[in-house]
Design a protein around this ligand. Structure first.
Ligand code: ADP
Ligand code: MG
Length: 250
């Protein structure tokens, strides 16, 4: 039996789209299995809960703006002897976001830093945390443009608001004074709002040399690097794998 137009209207005005979607099938099932009133109610409410959860995850994944959908399950830990898979799996529970802790993944190109950072973000979205992925270059470019267009505060808020901010490829080049101040603001303000995951080709020990201002550099290192989970990614570039072997000539 199809739900009546009046019922459809009621479900719509209460925004119960999960029930609206499943009601016809559930009514059929209830009739066939002589479901009790309570059981029927429980079933359709559960449909609504599941629908809301799924659409929340989809919304957060979209807002996160990942470059690619990467999962922890696709990660080959044997390629990184310095990383304890258990530590990554613990981090993937999302507890670090709850505790507003930070993570720094550093190592040579191709070792899976961006993959793991996005995979942790993916898990974050699924666990209910708002997430944003951005490259350091894009973050600084957006803030520089916003400064000219008088929308600095608004743009800064987009980096402060998510419970998890992932900054990819930080420290490829030295920071300008303006970038240092912006980065300091992000780190200092996010102290109250949530976590930062950073990927970098350079170990955190080398970062102070990239800042023009030693006082800000020390303060940044104190707030960020000294309190973060450090994940050194030492290994061969995964990108090189699967390339045809070079012919041996002798
Ligand atoms: P990085 O950010 O360190 O330069 P990426 O995360 O971009 O490296 O990895 C390069 C490519 O290799 C990506 O497609 C990534 O999914 C893959 N990759 C890297 N390391 C691993 C790994 N340990 N297991 C599975 N895939 C990997
Ligand atoms: Mg990368």
């Amino acid at each position: 039996m199809r739900p009546s137009p009046a019922m459809q209207l009621t479900l719509k005005s209460l925004r119960l789209s999960g029930i609206a979607e499943s009601l016809e099938v559930r009514l059929e099932q209830a009739r066939e299995s002589s479901l009790g009133y309570m059981e029927f109610l429980q079933t359709i409410l559960q449909d609504e809960v599941e629908r809301r959860h799924a659409s929340g995850v989809q919304r957060r994944l979209k807002q996160a703006a990942f470059q690619e959908h990467k999962a922890i399950e696709e990660f080959d830990f044997t390629a990184l002897p310095g990383i304890n898979p258990k530590e990554i799996k613990d981090l993937a529970t999302g507890m670090f976001i709850e505790r507003k802790e930070h993570i720094i993944l550093y190592g040579p190109p191709g070792t899976g830093k961006t993959h793991l950072a996005q995979a942790l973000g993916n898990r974050g979205c699924r666990s209910g945390y708002t997430t944003l992925f951005v490259t350091a270059a894009k973050l600084f470019r957006k803030l520089a443009t916003a400064r000219i267009e008088n929308s600095y505060e608004e743009t800064m808020r987009t980096f402060l608001k998510p419970q998890l901010l992932i900054i990819d490829d930080l420290g490829l080049t030295a920071f300008t004074q303006e970038q240092t101040e912006a980065f300091y603001e992000i780190v200092a303000e996010r102290h109250h709002t949530g976590s930062i995951v950073i990927t970098s080709n350079r170990p955190p020990g080398d970062w102070p040399g990239l800042f023009p201002d030693l006082v800000l550099a020390n303060s940044l290192m104190d707030r960020l690097a000294h309190k973060a989970h450090h994940l050194p990614m030492k290994g061969e570039s995964y990108r090189k794998r699967g390339r045809p072997q070079q012919a041996v000539t002798n």
